[in-house]
Design a protein around this ligand. Structure first.
Ligand SMILES: C[S@@+](CC[C@H](N)C(=O)[O-])C[C@H]1O[C@@H](n2cnc3c(N)ncnc32)[C@H](O)[C@@H]1O
Length: 473
């Protein structure tokens, strides 16, 4: 075998796609993961990392494209960190995603993959996102053609757009994006123009100075309402600047229903404000999933693809198999989407959630939908489930729905679930690796009936899956 080390250049043919979305090639069985490639491509790569059991590589030149490749829609494809697979037909993406779930279950969970059903497609594969978080940055990502120029048309020390994968401090100035509404891109451009000509600079992650931090746009796919949140660092002129910008946006883009100004002094680059002020409008928008209405405030969790979320909810509902007499516990209940969606078919639903604001949203959403058999409890699940009074007060659950963040369930939550022994568990996961890890433990007492992948994120390597488990008799 060719002796591989960091810096080696080598020609490879991509065989497959791996978890996380990288292409996979082999030399004499030794695995090499290659960024931004699809099966069938012949590429010249440079090894960027060499480990005992695998290597990582970056493409130097595409020697021959895949017979499956199609033309990507977006001018930023290949540079932007948002989409990975616009050049792969959607039917192929679904097949790959099913295989990724399948491989995680087999390799991490030690489970048979007969349980994994074909992935259900997203009803829309473009313009499906209802939320986009843009970052301001003091370092703009330069395009290859700009590297040659002595004079740049746009300054290099200001950007508003999306991060380049792997570069936390550099941002690509997005001109178009096919994952979100055109109104969202218009707002992005208007805010960029305003901030660029304002007297205050963008936030700099190196010295933590600067003002403009994040722009978050949420747009409802069913009501057309738009919410804008501008997150800035604290500054004495912050209110007056954001108010000027707000007046401008309101006049130019009438679909904006509300604008919120968030202030964050955090060093961490996360679009979450320490304090918020509603500049105009009610501070929330309304979205529909089927017959249900949901109020979404600026930082509340809501499934990003509204139309596919409806399919997810239907799958959860089918997995629960409710007849009207059951007590359901909805773990990690967020703004109450699952709990409210299931309530009409259950006797009682109890939601458990860490974030107080999300619990307020869930309570409001229950009211909006005239659902009065739901209760929501705030706290960390690993502490809440230790407290046996919940089962005493609300009744032991017949069905537990669990929808944890990407890290999966805390081991103590998994163990508490085993001790609780609900007859049925419906596990909604956005990360097949942690799903497989948790299922492996749950298999001590449960049988896996099926795993249904649902694609909420076309053109990316993300996949949602609903696993249905039944207690062993
Ligand atoms: C993937 S979201 C699920 C939201 C909800 N099921 C829905 O469909 O809208 C995960 C939720 O878990 C909550 N969460 C994260 N860690 C938690 C913990 N330790 N205890 C309770 N809730 C937690 C988050 O705040 C978030 O709302």
């Amino acid at each position: 075998m060719t002796k591989l080390k960091k810096g080696t250049q080598i020609e490879l043919v991509v065989e497959n796609l791996s978890f996380g979305g990288k292409g996979l090639a082999r030399i004499d069985g030794f695995v090499i993961f290659i960024d931004r490639t699809i099966p069938g491509q012949r590429v010249l790569v440079r090894i960027t990392r060499k480990k005992a059991s695998y290597a990582e590589a970056r493409v130097v030149e595409l020697l021959q494209d895949s017979p499956k490749a199609i033309a990507p829609r977006c001018m930023h494809f290949g540079t932007c960190g948002g989409c990975l697979w616009q050049n792969l037909p959607y039917s192929e993406q679904l097949e790959v995603k099913r295989n990724l779930v399948w491989e995680c279950l087999a390799h991490i969970g030690g489970l048979s993959n007969d349980f994994v059903l074909p992935a259900l497609p997203s009803p829309e594969i473009y313009y499906y996102r209802n939320k986009m978080e843009y970052s301001f940055a003091a370092r703009r990502w330069l395009l290859p053609e700009e590297l040659e120029l002595s004079h740049l048309e746009k300054p290099r020390d200001f950007a508003l757009g999306l991060h380049i994968k792997g570069f936390y401090d550099r941002v690509l100035d997005i001109e178009e994006c096919h994952l979100q509404s055109t109104a969202s891109v218009s707002i992005l451009k208007r805010v960029r123009q305003f901030a660029l000509t304002s007297e205050l600079p963008p936030y700099n992650t190196h010295d933590h100075a600067g003002f403009w931090r994040f722009l978050v746009v949420r747009d409802s796919k069913h009501t057309g309402q738009i919410l804008v949140e501008l997150i800035t660092a604290p500054h004495r002129s912050s209110s007056s600047l954001v108010r000027q910008l707000s007046t401008l946006l309101q006049a130019e883009i009438p679909d904006i229903r509300t604008l919120v100004h968030g202030i964050s002094a955090k060093k961490a680059q996360i679009a979450s404000a320490d304090t918020q002020e509603v500049v105009f409008g009610p501070g929330y928008i309304e979205e529909h999933l089927g017959d249900f209405r949901f109020r979404i405030s600026s930082e509340a969790f809501f499934q990003t693809n509204s139309k596919a979320a409806r399919i997810l909810l239907d799958q959860v509902s089918e997995g629960c198999g409710l007849t009207g007499s059951e007590v359901v516990w909805d773990l990690y209940s967020g703004g109450g989407t699952m709990a409210i969606g299931l309530a009409r078919a259950a006797r009682k639903v109890i939601g458990f959630e860490l974030v107080q604001d999300a619990v307020f949203d869930a309570q409001t959403n229950a009211g909006l939908n005239s659902v009065n058999n739901c209760e929501f409890v705030v706290g960390d699940l690993k502490d809440l489930l230790r407290n046996s009074s919940f089962a005493d007060n609300y009744g032991s659950p017949h069905v537990v729905v669990t929808d944890p963040p990407r890290a999966g369930m805390h081991p103590s939550v998994v163990n508490q679930l085993l001790a609780l022994e609900p007859p049925r568990i419906v596990y909604v996961s956005c990360n097949p690796a942690t799903l497989a890890r948790d299922l492996k433990v749950l298999m001590k007492r449960y049988r896996l009936l099926r795993v249904q992948p649902v694609d909420l994120f076309p053109h990316t390597a993300h996949i949602e899956a609903v696993a249905v488990l039944e207690i062993r008799k």
